[in-house]
Design a protein around this ligand. Structure first.
Ligand code: ADP
Ligand code: MG
Length: 316
């Protein structure tokens, strides 16, 4: 099987919301009238973002999920994707599995795969996602205001715990806890519906991919403000909560959470409770925006909590 056969067989599907999909020199898309086009790209490299033996179905899922999370963080509706693959060899079973994970998730969120590129090389995947939101309504990182509450969706630290176990850095985690956390690492749930609901309520938002405190710092810097986070308020797995003191860094800076962190005025608390209910996503109020710059993690006595690291940095 050659490159073209592989594309035809595994990566060509109908693209109902696209003017022209896979097969020509370029795809043609048409955003809805009055909407801005949102574009983002993410790359996954074997040995860096995933293990060589990872299940291809999970990998196909995650390659798209991390991109959907970026659209969620903007409050955008994801609509189109491009997929670039470098593959060491043509492996039919692998391609079929990868495509299944990718397209199952794409179908759930109404995303068309409209093109890509396929070459021979060390296993590397790159997905470009495109979405739309009414002009001017996007959730940017730069809108946080002094006095806002800081919120986070879902639970933090679970993916990082699974990774730490896999790397042998954490031991004695009960198998059923590890299984749940592995699911979070391999199949993060993109918070797209939540992102759309937050558009009219949140002042600023981003998705937590590299660890809460580091990512929060990006939002604070973009907004020209500071923030305090209460360690005790951080939502996590009950097992991690019971061992919170030992695993502060996993919870507050572990990464791979793909939850949304956002700020909203105090007056929005009731509206947010309703949104949490509607979306079926837990929302936790974890801190507040302050005038003095920087992100501070506080323990129950209000004292600064030290972290081994703030977040993941590929070049650190
Ligand atoms: P070109 O030589 O013009 O770059 P290609 O031969 O690379 O074209 O690709 C042919 C068609 O297949 C294009 O429409 C391209 O977008 C699509 N395509 C290539 N690789 C993928 C992929 N992995 N997933 C989806 N579409 C792909
Ligand atoms: Mg090409």
């Amino acid at each position: 099987m050659n490159e073209f056969e592989l594309i035809r067989r595994h990566f060509t599907r109908t693209a109902p919301q696209t003017v022209l999909g896979v097969g020509d020199d370029a795809a043609i898309i048409q955003p809805a009238p009055g909407c801005d086009l949102h574009v983002s790209v993410d790359m996954l490299v074997q040995g860096r973002h995933f293990f060589a033996d990872v299940d291809p179905v999970s990998l196909g899922y995650k390659a798209l999920a991390v991109n959907l999370s970026d659209m969620a963080a903007m409050g955008a509706t994801p609509r189109w994707a491009l997929l670039s693959l470098a593959l060491p060899q043509v492996d039919e079973a692998w391609a079929a599995g990868f495509a299944r994970g990718f397209f199952d998730l794409a179908a759930r969120f109404g995303v068309d795969l409209v093109g890509g590129d396929t070459t021979c090389g060390p296993l590397t995947l790159s997905v470009t996602i495109m979405g739309e939101a009414p002009a001017g309504e996007a959730l940017r990182r730069s809108g946080a205001e002094v006095g806002d509450d800081i919120w986070v969706s879902g639970r933090l630290g679970e993916a990082a715990l699974a990774l730490a176990c896999r790397l042998g850095k954490v031991k004695n985690v009960p198998p059923e806890v590890l299984a749940e956390c592995l699911q979070r690492l391999e199949r993060p749930e993109p918070r797209v519906v939540l992102g759309l609901a937050l558009r009219t309520v949140a002042h600023a938002a981003l998705d937590v991919s590299d660890g809460l405190m580091g990512d929060l710092e990006h939002m604070l810097a973009a907004s020209g403000v500071g923030g305090e986070v209460d360690l005790e308020a951080l939502p996590t797995h009950p097992w991690l909560a019971a061992h919170r003191a030992q695993h502060v860094t996993l919870i507050a800076a572990g990464g791979d959470d793909y939850e949304l962190c956002f700020t909203a005025p105090v007056s929005a608390r009731e509206a947010l409770a309703a949104i949490a209910e509607q979306c079926g996503v837990k929302l936790s109020r974890i801190g507040r925006i302050t005038p003095d710059r920087g992100a501070r993690l506080l323990d129950q006595n209000g004292c600064a909590c030290p972290l081994d690291k703030k977040g993941y940095d590929h070049f650190a």
